[in-house]
Structures are given as structure tokens and as C-alpha cells.
Design a binder for this molecule. Sequence first.
Ligand SMILES: [Ca+2]
Ligand SMILES: [Ca+2]
Ligand SMILES: [Ca+2]
Ligand SMILES: [Zn+2]
Length: 345
Amino acid sequence: MARRTPRALIASATAVTALLTTVGAASAAGTDRAPAASVFMVNPVQSSGDQSLLDAKDSAGAVPASAYASAALRNLDGSGGLSGRWAYVRSDTGASARTADAAAYTRQDDQFEQVMAYFWTNEAQEYLQGLGFGSDLPGVNDRAQPVRINQWGADNSYFTDKKAEIRFGKGGVDDAEDAEVIVHEYGHAVHHAQVPGFGTSVEAGAIGEAFGDYLAVGVGTHAAARYGWPLKADPACVADWDSVSYSAAPHCLRRIDTDKVYGDRVGSVHADGEIWSRALLDIRRALGARVADRVIINAQFGFAPGTSFQDAALTTIATARSMYGDGVAEAVRAGFRGREIPGVQ
Ligand SMILES: [Ca+2]
Ligand SMILES: [Ca+2]
Ligand SMILES: [Ca+2]
Ligand SMILES: [Zn+2]
């Protein structure tokens, strides 16, 4: 359910924090010392706008040094490896990354993807915490998320229900070189933590894919603003870098701003997910990221594992009403009505 299709196979930080982060000295709170890491600013295509970048067999020279930023690896447990409060990274390929070396890895090093997986998994949970999940709202997947990097020929990152583990493959562009792939998979982990086994119907599966895409874009744009990183590609495009291997320019795995409506369903979770993600985007446009995401994610606690678009939409509208009242509920309703979701007038 969480797998990508065979076709695809293949409270913001201050400027001071951003400045300190670039010299590797500050945590989000500005208190403990967090090791510095070299990471992609979401991904090289999004941060540069250069749609001609290619994987070139994982060569370091295929991506300019300007595509990397220095950022802090926060919430580590001090073991010297990529293990911390919100993420635990293991690798089946190459030696385990050392946090002391995290500023020196480039994309040709196996350890670079491990560092990316840690940084972006932590960043995603920090985003959720910033929304209030884990404080005034229940926590969502607020645990050390197991992440594994696999050496597979095909492009097949996925979230596995059994171990609640996220796995990133290495087909084409290594999957964990693109923060939007990492956060998309984290979105599945969020759903599973909220509703164990979520995604037992095609429509529930589509909601899972849509939320992963929406969260990927949301966390990435939040991070770009938080750290002052450039955003030079269409923000509605998901996985601009991973998809250079299998899409035409401008490269997108999927989009969250298509005009698809309910009647355009084709029975595929990824394609049909674009109906739901567009609704989420419209809700965000109407309410702003913070209120929209608090409603959208809090509502997901009430989704049945095999929910329909209709039931999930009505649950989200009701959640908006109970959290913020009729005005916000109406904005949420408009988002789903725009997609012609049944039962939403
Ligand atoms: Ca790589
Ligand atoms: Ca890939
Ligand atoms: Ca993107
Ligand atoms: Zn997925």
C-alpha cells in the first residue's frame, strides 16, 4: 500500500538560529551543541531551479557544492551515530555514518543518505511538534522512527507496517537524497501511528499517498523558510530530484495542485491521491499552514483504516468545527467541495 508504483519505480527559527546553524553550533532551542551536517536544501533541483541536473551514477560532481547547506543534527543521543529522539537510522549499504563526519559527506558517500534520512525525519517530527502535536494536541509518531537504507537496484522506498520501519532504496537518484521522498514516507508512518493498519481501501490508500505528498511539500517549504534556503522550483511539485530519472522536465514524481476531481478516479492510490492532496492544498491556502495542518492531521485520528474520501472529508470538516468553529469548517468544506467529494455540499 505504501509502495510507490512500478512506474515510479523505478514557530519558525530566527535568523540568529539559521546563522548559528551554519557554523554547527546551535540546536533549535539554541542550548545544546548539535553536530553540523551537510544536507541538500530539500533537493538540488528545488533549491537551484536547474532542471538539467542528472544523477550521473551517483557522482559527487553531478551536483554543485552550492546545492548543500550546513545544518544542525538535533536531538541525537550522543552515541556518535545517527540515533536520536525522533529517528534511528541503519544502513545495509556501506559503513554507518558518524555524526563527527556528517559535515564532510557528499552524495557519492553511502553515509550522505543516512545523514539526510536522519536530518529530515527529525525535521518532520519537529514540524509536527511545532504545530502542537505532542503538547496541546496528541503526539503523532512521536518516537524514534526506524529508518533503513537498502541497496536495491529499483526505486522503491516504502513504509512497512510490520516493523513500522521506513526503507529507502537507491534506484536512479538515491531515494534519500530527496527530502520530499523521505518526508513522504514519514507521512505513511504518521498515518500508521494514528490509525494502525491505515490504508485498507483504495480511497484510504490514496489519502495516505496524498498526505505524504502534502506533508513533504509542507515540511520542505517550512524548512526553506526556517533556514533561509532558496526555493526555485514549483512548490507544488513533489520529489523534483528523485524524479529526474523517470520524468520529463520540469521534474515531478507527482503534484499537489492538479485539477482532478472525484470523478477522475482511476483506482490507483498514487494517481487518485492527487484529488485529495489538491483539497489539502486548497485548505492550506485558505487557512494558512498552521491552522490547516492542525486540523488536517488531528482529523486523521478519526479515520477508519479503510475510510472513503467522503467519510474522511466529513470527519475533517467536523474536526475543524470542533477546534476552530464554523468559519474554519466552511473553508475546509470548500476545499473538499472543490474536488466534488460525495456527501460534501
Ligand atoms: Ca548518493
Ligand atoms: Ca530513486
Ligand atoms: Ca518539491
Ligand atoms: Zn507512498
